[in-house]
Design a binder for this molecule. Sequence first.
Ligand code: NG6
Ligand code: CA
Length: 465
Amino acid sequence: MDDLGYGDMSAYEAGLLETPNMDLLANGGVKFTAGYASSATCSPSRYALLTGTYPWRNKDAKILPGTAPLLIGTSEMTIPKMLKGEGYATAVVGKWHLGLGAGSVNWNEKVSPGPNEVGFDYSYIMAATQDRVPTVYLENGLVEGLDPNDPIEVNYDKNFDGEPTGKENPEMLKMKWHHGHNNSIVNGIPRIGFMKGGEKAKWVDEDMADHFLEKAQAYVKEKKDQPFFLYYALQQPHVPRTPHPRFEGKSGMGPRGDVILEADWCVGQFMETLEQEGLLENTLVIFSSDNGPVLNDGYYDDAEEKVGDHTPSGQFRGGKYSLFEAGTRVPFISYWKGKVKSGTTDAMVSQIDIFNSLAAIAGSEVRTADGEDFSGLFLGIADKGRESLILEATSRTAFRKGDWVLIPPYKGPAANKMVKIELGNDADFQLYDLSTDIGQQNNLAKENPEKLKELLEDFIAIRGE
Ligand code: NG6
Ligand code: CA
């Protein structure tokens, strides 16, 4: 999932949305209460997920524009490459946001390198995010439905002559921008970046969830007789939130709530396909989110106005972009019908551990240096998690060890006023004891200099400098 918060799933008993299909996974599998995304934003988080490598080791692992080159080196080891080595067919369906091409991209030719060059046999993706151009789907590097007489041009610096923009043509908008998001207009929604041409290839936002679901289901049906790895990257509830009319108004919380219900339905449909194809008891499903939640991420879509008593961040401080817990502590579930011993665990795991854990389960000897093998935990037969973990948010890092969290001093504003999220920046060291202070309200750095020193030493030993 994209931007789903810890409190957005009813199984996590924090918020007010009902997500029965996601809950089936949580309640029938291992529900991690201390499962972390590797970063509080998407591109670094997904880079780390697929490579099993901390995002801060790659200086380019930042939120990428739609024209960014491929972030994963084609010689880097990835989960799909490792699994291919064990005979798995591999695919990605959904949000990519890991860059494409080696420099400037010509969207009218085969776009490469991309997912197919880093281990995926099959890819059906949106290039970046739903709010960034180009607003088209790519299948194995080719823009789907492209009319060669209407070529696509993309530019992130400058508009194309005569093309309308969100800034200059508010009368054309069905969704208003709040901050950023005022460049090219596609389907009445202003986007980040400028795009020209490709009219017939443009996606229909409201159909995107159904579309990706169909592709994911088709892949399962096609590959059911062989081992496969599918990275099904749902785009909800990232902005712009465009529920299919079937889900409009269903949550009472506006489009953000509605698209979470839509995603929940997708998860249910996808699981039903596994069941119908006789694969449910032969498939490990890992469910998680790329970073924490945000309400207003740049459009007026009632997310703030209609959230009511719902708490997307659960009991945690911060949200997307934040070094505080809610930036990276997300729903995290492993499910395997008839195989995983169900239960809830507070063992600490990170998405960078998925690589080594899957390797162990699939019988591969390949391991990454930053990840750990928690295959036993994922199967519900072990209970020990990480001793420590480096947290990351917009190129800043913090450190969790045991129940303690250390956030070093950072310049910059305490909060992002646009999205109304506390970022974790402070002129002083911050030290929190999560065992007594889950909401990170009491900074113990001054009171407990020994603990501060201990964490700082361990942090520097891993992080360097
Ligand atoms: C930010 C966008 C935000 C979102 C984010 C990426 C603005 C003002 N904000 O730059 O809307 O797209 O990038 O989100 O443009 S992520 O989940 O893919 O990391
Ligand atoms: Ca995200």
